[in-house]
Design a protein around this ligand. Structure first.
Ligand SMILES: *[C@@H]1O[C@H](CO)[C@@H](O)[C@H](O)[C@H]1NC(C)=O
Ligand SMILES: *[C@@H]1O[C@H](CO)[C@@H](O)[C@H](O)[C@H]1NC(C)=O
Ligand SMILES: *[C@@H]1O[C@H](CO)[C@@H](O)[C@H](O)[C@H]1NC(C)=O
Length: 404
């Protein structure tokens, strides 16, 4: 029979063990204090992981006076569309609007896209923006950031693009494919021989083929490695498709859809077809992003009713709610309505969502407004440099998270 353990021996062992247990955290703490966290890989990785799991879509803008002097490009970038160049056009807060940084909820500031690293990470890569003028605004922001560190570019129009640049030293191509509805459309008028639309009394309108990709980007999925899509304000702008004078008439497989669809239903069908098309046409390891809606900030009326956007500061959270909450049925609420259609369509797809909506909803201070060079205030496009720089920060952060 083994002898029972003497209580004295147990006591002795605890005496040695106890101080060690107490010391261990102290030793660790000393180590952490001595070595900055960056030099401890495990800690750095943990910090990176938490940054990657950050929900960048929610948060707020914080003022950072140093941001203004760290511009990645300024009003001298030649690619900036004249009406969006708020600094050159003398917008009162053209520079002040650049001091705001996006801070996702519970995380560090959204990291800024580092142009040189971006060029190096995306050697031999083609990146395409497919969509309306808001997507062009984001495209220009990225072109200007990259041109700020390397001006050796070839300007050309790859794969049906409206404009494009190859950064020669990196063989990185950026292109903008202009398409308002993603699908082909043109004017339509009643045929003297009659037809299903004619017999419903339609005399003129726009024929929209929900299953035919606009030729401006049909080649883009096989050319680009990374695509960023958007579609938006053309779907609800009655100035473009007046429901009486020039209604949207949807066609599928070359035939009019009867009974005719309302624009939101046409959007659903278009998204369904175009998502399927892009999935099939894109190379298997290609990356597809869809940007959510870019909000407008008309106050005191819509764009054609004298509405304007004269603010010098981003909106507060309460003001954002007031502007955009669907319950309030304000001038600018369509942004969240269209997002609902988009989310439904993207649910089962391999597209990644670039949720730029909420961060942009605050930025009533950052539209060209009266300096846009139009008859009415431009409270829809964005000043450059401006908030779409943060959209590209978001894109770069998403790409880094995917490709790491
Ligand atoms: C975008 O993010 C905001 C803020 O988190 C959220 O309320 C909204 O539902 C998101 N929209 C989409 C389309 O994912
Ligand atoms: C440049 O990039 C394209 C697209 O990735 C690639 O097809 C081509 O081979 C590259 N050219 C060179 C010279 O590496
Ligand atoms: C929202 O406002 C528009 C005009 O501003 C009006 O035509 C529409 O009926 C309103 N909708 C609701 C649900 O109140």
């Amino acid at each position: 029979m083994p002898p029972a353990r003497s209580p004295a021996a147990g006591l002795r062992r605890r005496k040695v063990f106890l101080p060690l247990v107490l010391l261990l955290p102290l030793i660790l703490l000393t180590l952490i204090l001595i070595f900055p966290s960056r030099s401890i890989p495990a800690l750095r990785d943990a910090a990176l992981r938490s940054q990657q799991t950050c929900d960048y879509a929610a948060g707020g803008w914080v003022s950072d006076s140093s941001a203004e002097s760290h511009l990645r490009y300024d009003h001298t970038c030649k690619e900036i569309f004249k009406g969006w160049n708020c600094i050159a056009n003398g917008k009162r807060n053209g520079r002040a609007l650049l001091r705001w940084r996006w801070k996702p909820e519970g995380c560090e500031l959204l990291p800024r896209l580092d142009p040189l690293r971006f060029l190096e990470h995306h050697r031999n890569t083609n990146i395409g923006f497919v969509g309306d003028s808001l997507n062009r605004n984001m495209f220009v922001s990225l072109v200007c950031m990259l041109r700020g560190v390397n001006g050796e570019v070839r300007k050309w129009r790859p794969a049906g693009a409206d404009r494009g640049f190859t950064f020669l030293r990196y063989n990185l191509t950026l292109a903008y494919h202009r398409t308002n509805l993603l699908v082909r459309y043109g004017s339509w008028s009643a045929s003297p021989n009659g037809g299903p639309l004619e017999s419903l009394g339609y005399k003129q309108g726009h024929r929209i083929d929900v299953d035919i990709a606009d030729q401006t980007w049909a080649e883009a999925p096989s050319f680009h490695d990374i695509l960023i899509f958007n579609t938006g304000h053309w779907w609800w702008s009655s100035s473009k498709f007046d429901p009486i004078q020039s209604p949207m008439l949807f066609f599928e497989k070359g035939k009019p859809i009867i009974p005719p669809l309302l624009p939101p239903e046409g959007l659903d069908l278009t998204l369904k077809h175009m998502i399927t098309f892009a999935n099939k046409a894109m190379r298997p390891n290609g990356l597809k992003f869809f940007s959510t809606q870019s909000p407008r900030h008309f106050e005191g009326g819509d764009w054609n009713e004298g509405g304007s956007c004269q603010r010098d500061q981003p909106l507060s959270s309460e003001e954002v709610k007031e502007f955009f909450s669907l319950d309030n049925n304000g001038t600018n609420t369509e942004v969240r309505l269209v997002n609902q259609h988009l989310m439904k369509a993207l649910e089962q797809s391999s597209f990644r969502v670039l949720n730029v909506t909420h961060m942009s909803e605050f930025r009533a201070d950052a539209h060209p407004a009266t300096t846009g060079g139009k008859k009415h205030d431009d409270c829809m496009h964005w000043c450059l440099p401006g908030p779409t720089d943060a959209w590209n920060d978001l894109l770069a952060a998403s790409l880094a998270a995917i490709q790491s």
